[in-house]
Design a binder for this molecule. Structure first.
Ligand code: CP
Ligand code: NVA
Length: 304
């Protein structure tokens, strides 16, 4: 049994499989061809933070595969009244087939997984957002072909998305240029043993964007950090991805954002709604890659 708590829980070969399956599953969906290998399977989704894309894509996805889902808002469960996460994992995983969790501290999901009988998927923690980067890489491949050897520029917060991109650079063999405001950088431990040919840190965001095939950013204030919002707005003001920033990248570069976006803060409306932006495909692909992921975690390598 496998969990998907961070990107490096799967290897390159497993990702190649997932991308092949995503293509097949997406094409069937687009052609209204029913594909229901997960009849009678149940997904439980546990949310401790807000969500639009993650909830809709997992709920629609498991239903389209023939299964069904239960949504648990943590505060409305006994977890909110202090039941240990280990006990909840033991109980819930005897009743459902797969669990997705969105929570704050990453160790919460690790503790759940350690006591779960069924696969656990990370739907976002303070440290990682692997389903999103899975969709992002699939989206890049759809638009521009293989990502190996390319340059990806991360502009903004050294957050859960950035941490996940660092793992992606190591797995897929592209170069990740990161530029964050000084006090909001990546924890140096995440870069231990990672060469500058794989991940390079830039003081100036325009330098990070130079020659990039993909420019990506995220909100300045992630969920759970709302108390810092005002300080962050000041610290991040030079990290707006606008047309001048995109002009540093290759002319055929694409722009991505995991969404929700704030036009005029981390990205200008001109870029988000402009011709280089692939954000809507990126959001849609959450559905397709996660269907491939659930199929793989529950049934293994299906080729049909
Ligand atoms: N990108 C993403 O995970 O969106 P939600 O917060 O709406 O789920
Ligand atoms: N970094 C953001 C991503 C939201 C999908 C957050 O954690 O709030």
């Amino acid at each position: 049994m496998k969990h998907f708590l961070q990107l490096r829980d799967l290897d390159r070969e497993e990702f190649e499989h997932l991308f092949r399956r995503t293509r097949v599953i997406k094409e069937r969906f687009k052609n209204y061809v029913a594909y229901q290998p997960l009849v009678d399977r149940m997904l439980a989704m546990v949310f401790e933070k807000s969500s639009t894309r993650t909830r809709v894509s997992f709920e629609a996805g498991i239903y389209q595969l023939g299964g069904s889902s239960i949504v648990l808002n943590m505060g409305e469960t006994q977890l909110g009244r202090g039941e240990p996460i280990e006990d909840v994992a033991r109980v819930v995983s005897r009743m459902v087939d797969i669990v997705m969790i969105r929570t704050f501290e990453h160790p919460i999901i690790e503790r759940f997984a350690a006591h779960s009988r069924v696969p656990v998927v990370n739907g976002l923690t303070n440290d990682y957002h692997p389903c999103q980067v899975l969709a992002d890489i699939y989206t890049f491949i759809e638009h521009r072909g293989a990502i190996g050897g390319r340059i990806v520029a991360w502009i903004g917060d050294g957050n859960n998305m950035c941490n996940t991109w660092i793992q992606a650079a190591q797995i897929f063999g592209f170069k990740l240029n990161i530029s964050t405001p000084p006090r909001y950088g990546v924890d140096p431990s995440r870069l231990a043993g990672v060469g500058r040919d794989c991940v390079e840190i830039f003081g100036n965001p325009h330098d990070a964007a130079r020659g990039a095939d993909l420019v990506t950013t995220d909100v300045w204030t992630s969920m759970g950090f709302e108390a810092e919002a005002e300080a962050r707005r000041k610290a991040f003001s030079a990290y707006l991805v606008d047309a001048a920033m995109m002009a540093q990248a290759r002319p055929e570069a694409v722009f991505m954002h995991c969404l929700p976006a704030h036009r005029g803060e981390e990205v200008s409306a001109e870029v988000l709604d402009g011709p280089q932006s692939v954000v809507w495909d990126e959001a849609e692909n959450r559905l397709h890659v996660q269907k491939a992921l659930m199929e793989y975690l529950l049934l293994g390598k299906i080729e049909s």
